[in-house]
Design a protein around this ligand. Structure first.
Ligand code: PGA
Length: 247
């Protein structure tokens, strides 16, 4: 079941999203988490690390799984997903490297990286929680419009919108052609899925994702089929929805 929660501000949304992650880890200290990079989750991670410290929540046994990465971009590049998570989660929470399971987007054979990740997830059975943002084209991770939703982790040609919008993460113009990503099937099977979006620029695509029929052309719309999903929006991102009740 998918539940939509609308908050008066992005700050409130971030606080509630962080709360869901903290609740899970308090009950399951060895939870397998997959948390997205990107601008939207930044505040959520700020709340998460702040609350974790304040409430003394033990994250030392949590397993951290990569959602996606730009193929050919090294982890030292500030625009990489790894770098973002290192800065906003792994460093503040002092995560031990052995608990970090990320795609090596510099590997000579990136398909092998997908196989390794699929095997790990099979071993854990599933992700306990996955938190994603939504792209302007409706992607989640790098599951681009038209993607086969039955795929597990895979390498994909990036959509032109992703190539353009993705420039915002980099200090200089960067060639972004391929991505490596978990698949929609792994998203659907996760114990809990959270999709967060903030700002008016996301209002149109959010409407398509949650109020229109599930379509491979709007990959985020698959969240409608999730057994335990939360769509958390600030008022602006919810601006085009029929249901528009704020908390
Ligand atoms: P954003 O990215 O949070 O930076 O808007 C979302 C996404 O592309 O998944």
């Amino acid at each position: 079941m998918m539940q939509i929660d609308i908050f008066e501000s992005a700050e409130k949304m971030a606080y509630e999203a962080a709360g869901k992650i903290i609740d899970l880890v308090s009950h399951k200290p060895n939870a397998v988490l997959c948390l997205a990079g990107g601008e939207t989750p930044r505040l959520t991670y700020q709340c998460l690390t702040g609350e974790a410290k304040k409430r003394n929540i033990d994250f030392s046994s949590v397993q951290w799984v990569s959602l996606d990465e730009w193929v050919g971009i090294p982890p030292s590049n500030a625009g990489s997903c790894y770098h973002f998570l290192q800065q906003h989660l792994f460093n503040p929470l002092a995560v031990h490297p052995s608990n970090i399971h990320f795609f090596d987007a510099m590997a000579a054979n990136v398909s092998t990286e997908c196989e390794k990740m699929n095997a790990k997830i099979k071993q854990w059975q599933r992700l306990d929680l996955i938190l994603v943002g939504i792209g302007m084209n409706g992607h989640i991770g790098f599951n681009e419009p038209g993607v086969d939703a039955t795929l597990p982790a895979h390498v994909i040609e990036l959509d032109s919108i992703t190539q353009q919008v993705g420039q915002k993460y980099f200090t200089e113009n960067t060639h972004l052609q391929k991505g490596i990503t978990l698949g929609i099937s792994q998203f659907i099977q996760a114990g809990m899925a959270i999709l967060i979006a903030a700002g008016a620029s996301k209002a149109g695509i959010i409407k398509k994702a949650v109020e229109e029929p599930v379509s491979k052309w709007v990959p985020a719309s698959h969240i409608q089929a999730h057994a335990n999903a939360w769509v958390m929006l600030d008022a602006a991102a919810a601006g085009a929805l029929k249901i528009n009740e704020k908390r």
